[in-house]
Design a protein around this ligand. Structure first.
Ligand code: SF4
Length: 355
């Protein structure tokens, strides 16, 4: 569903930035509030204001993994926060009180920091994503951010950009000279889960069709079964997703597939109950993990991972399937090996990024 803000709230300091000019040209009839500095408590109904500000922090950071679980060594390029797609389980509801989508307009500074970061460690492979604190392609039809990022990464010998999305907004990617340095990734769930828990996001068929188009344009694609949800009949639901996935895309062009069962900080539970009283995602039992997040019992997690892994590798044995934030024990029981036995999770994914 295309994001159309009801109001723009723009800091005067970024009035002349190319991103602001682009948005104003794309949305000429949307009311604008010009402010000296953004007030944190100004919230449109369901986050319907788009805030455009100058970001004063570090744009590039390591993904906040924890030492208790196998971390994939991902890095986050933070160009905006919040998302309007309204997934019931969205972790951002616990991170940010405002539901407004916020965009950082000083993209030139972000690119400068990123360039320095890559130049300072030229021997390392950098897997960088923009989809940690928002959806990577949510605003693309409005701001054409991909036109800045995809060519930038195409010119970097040691970096791969992953655009993670639940939209089908890939039109702008068609004509870009990506040189294999951008991977487009979708989070997948069965249609009934999407209808109930991801109602603002694109339907499964639209996501898979978008992935098919990206493959036709030479992009590698990736998929994240995250969060995997345990609901009555989940086995059949995920089997159907896997069947539909491989009738749409070529397995040889898939960079990686991650699996991660539902997990969340305890503080998110109340928010979910208040905002989505009819959701059934909290019906299962949860235990706190070593990182403090609530997650399904270990046996259920292992069962889900082993089931999905067998389905996926049964279709193409060379797929790179990995677990997000799980321990060696869970890896061994579900997959039969630990990341350390293959050089570590980060190295496993680096090899795929380069291949
Ligand atoms: S698409 Fe991602 S960021 Fe957006 S609401 Fe859903 S979980 Fe949150």
């Amino acid at each position: 569903m295309r994001y159309l803000p009801q109001r723009l709230v723009i800091e005067k300091e970024v009035a002349d930035s190319p991103l602001v000019k682009r948005i104003l040209a794309t949305l000429p009839d949307t009311p604008v509030d010009w402010v000296d500095q953004l007030k944190e408590d100004e919230d449109g109904e369901n986050g319907s204001f788009l805030e455009i500000v100058k970001f004063r922090g570090r744009f590039i950071k390591p993904c906040p993994g924890t030492r208790f679980y196998n971390c994939c060594g991902y890095q986050i390029l933070n160009l905006g926060i919040q998302c309007s797609l309204g997934c019931t389980y969205c972790i951002l509801q616990a991170y940010f009180t405002s539901r407004n989508v916020r965009l950082f307009a000083n993209l030139d500074e972000a690119i400068q920091q990123l360039t320095e970061h890559l130049n300072n460690s030229r021997r390392e492979i950098h897997r960088i994503g923009t989809g940690e604190f928002t959806d990577s392609l949510l605003l693309d039809p409005l701001i054409h951010l991909s036109e800045n990022l995809v060519p930038f990464f195409a010119a970097q010998p040691n970096a791969i950009l992953e655009l993670k999305t639940k939209t089908a907004q890939v039109d702008l990617l068609e004509k870009m000279d990506h040189r294999g340095h951008t991977i487009v990734a979708w989070s997948l769930n069965p249609p009934q889960v999407i209808a109930a828990e991801e109602s603002g996001a694109a339907p499964l068929e639209a996501r898979l069709e978008a992935a098919q188009r990206c493959q036709e344009w030479g992009y590698r694609v990736a998929f994240h079964f995250d969060p995997l949800l345990a609901y009555p009949g989940w086995q059949q639901g995920y089997q159907e997703v896997v069947d539909r996935l491989f009738s749409a895309v070529e397995p040889g062009g898939i960079a990686w597939i991650s699996l991660g069962t539902l997990r969340f900080m305890p503080s998110l539970k109340t928010v979910i109950q208040q905002r989505y009283p009819n959701t059934s995602i909290l019906d299962e039992e949860f235990i706190p993990g070593l990182d403090g997040k609530l997650r399904y019992f270990r046996d259920l997690r292992v069962e889900m991972y082993a089931y999905l892994n067998e389905l996926l590798l049964g279709i193409h044995k060379d797929l790179c399937v990995y677990l997000c934030m799980e321990s060696d024990d869970v890896w061994r029981e579900a997959f039969g090996f630990t990341p350390a036995e293959r050089g570590g999770l980060s190295a496993m994914l680096d090899r795929r990024a380069l291949s």
